[in-house]
Design a binder for this molecule. Structure first.
Ligand SMILES: Cc1ncc(COP(=O)(O)O)c(C=O)c1O
Length: 429
């Protein structure tokens, strides 16, 4: 086999052929079949792309056939970024802000983030304790990879954002899923958390407000959770707060995990611009953490991507310093009305259980009374029969539920909820 490979490598054949015909890379450089035995890293081979691939490929196939699909799958706001953000993007390009920035981000953006965290979250970080990345997704992964590795356990409350367990597995650590119930509004139970901690537990990933449930942990529940964690000095908390701007209940405001007594030193706070400012495609997120926790994250980023886009960073400064609070509040109010509309329609559907989520733009109703709890088949049939795409809850570790994203137009929501109601009714006839 080796001999064949060497012969092929040093064969004069390509140069002879190039004298008589133009080079064809597909012909000449096709690897010999023996190279097909190159296997991917086993850590990567085990990683799931997405449990909803089948559903999404069906959506694409239906759209290709010219069918109009109503989709409540997306995790992005349906409003555009604020005008000042768009203006700054243009300005950054035309004024030549197109070179690498510092790995950690521009000083202007890091200072603006530090000032925002101090003003709204009562968190004191130096600008050097902020690491700007290409989206919060990168920040989460770097945080996990910087702290966890083979032999470590990472507690992930379910329902969870599907990337968490896969990111943990990519580092070689073991994801430990902590179930919650709809009766508890999918909030973390401090006693269950205490029972899940072992000497191997290195990190807890805490997503608040939650994707996919929309649940917001109250200040008092969070201090009970902190009381549990306080006993374990080896335990880090990765607090994903990307939905913190989208909260609807003034008596249950978002509280940053790092602001709880004794939690600052162990917390990696992740946030970003995708959800609050509808800047999803601009890929801008960040981590705030004490220098000793942030340093390994900076090292990883320096070898992976260098810096976030210079243009997006300029737009990020505009988002934090120029967007009026009234504009942010108006968007929240629109989302709250959409949430209430969806909940009112769900309440009229027999045997569908839900609660009022205080944040994000998702509801995760329990539809286990239908399809014997098989949410994946329910979603596929719903797509096939009614051209309505929803994500099955089993992809978030919450079997028997379906995730509805209400970040879409009121018109689409009305069509979607009508389709869902009709479908569930017909499934029982
Ligand atoms: C819980 C959660 N964290 C992080 C992200 C990543 O956001 P970004 O677009 O900043 O990478 C998302 C996006 O859907 C999310 O839902």
């Amino acid at each position: 086999m080796k001999l064949c490979f060497l012969l092929l490598l040093f064969s004069p054949l390509p140069s002879i052929i190039s004298l008589v015909s133009p080079p064809s890379f597909t012909t000449h450089l096709r690897p010999p079949t023996s190279l097909n035995s190159i296997l991917p890293n086993p850590l990567v081979a085990e990683i799931k792309m997405s449990a909803t691939v089948e559903l999404f490929s069906k959506v694409k196939a239906m759209e290709a056939e010219g069918k109009k699909v109503t989709s409540l799958c997306v995790g992005e706001p349906d409003f555009p970024p604020p005008q000042v953000v768009l203006d700054e993007l243009v300005n950054a390009i035309s004024s030549g802000q197109t070179t690498y920035t510092a790995v950690t981000g521009t000083e202007e953006l890091r200072s603006a983030i530090a000032a925002d965290l101090l003003k709204r979250k009562h968190l004191q970080y130096k600008s050097t304790e902020i690491l700007v990345s290409n989206g919060a997704k990168q920040s989460v992964y770097q945080g996990v990879f910087a702290i966890c590795g083979p032999g470590d356990e990472v507690i992930i409350p379910a329902p969870y954002w599907p990337s968490y367990p896969e990111m943990v597995a990519l580092t070689g650590a073991t994801p430990v899923i902590l179930p919650t119930t709809i009766e508890d509004e999918f909030l973390v139970n401090p006693k269950a958390l205490a029972a899940a901690i072992t000497p191997k537990t290195k990190m807890i990933i805490f997503c608040n407000p939650s994707n996919p449930s929309g649940a917001v942990h109250s200040a008092s529940l969070m201090s009970e959770i902190a009381d549990v964690i306080r006993d374990y000095p080896q335990l880090a908390v990765l607090s994903d707060e990307i939905y913190e701007r989208l909260v609807y209940n003034p008596s249950n405001p978002h509280v940053s995990f790092a602001s709880l007594p004794g939690m600052y030193d162990r917390t990696l706070t992740v946030n970003g611009f995708s959800k609050a400012y509808a800047m999803t495609g601009l890929r801008l997120g960040y981590m705030a953490a004490p220098a000793n926790l942030l340093k390994p994250c900076i090292t990883i980023q320096s070898q992976l991507t260098s810096c976030a886009s210079s243009i997006s960073q300029a737009a990020g400064v505009a988002a934090l310093t120029k967007v009026q609070e009234s504009e942010m509040e108006a968007n929240v109010e629109i989302m709250r009305k959409k949430r209430d509309y969806v909940l009112s329609k769900l309440a009229a559907m027999p045997d569908v259980k839900s609660f009022t989520p205080d944040g994000a733009f998702y509801v995760l109703p329990d539809v286990s009374a239908y399809y014997d709890g098989d949410d994946a088949t329910l979603c596929l049939d719903l797509l096939e029969n009614k051209a309505l795409a929803l994500v099955p809850g089993s992809s978030f570790g919450a079997p028997g539920t379906i995730r509805i994203s209400y970040a879409t137009s009121q018109e689409e929501l009305e069509i979607a909820m009508q389709k869902l109601g009709d479908f569930l009714k017909e499934s029982r006839q």
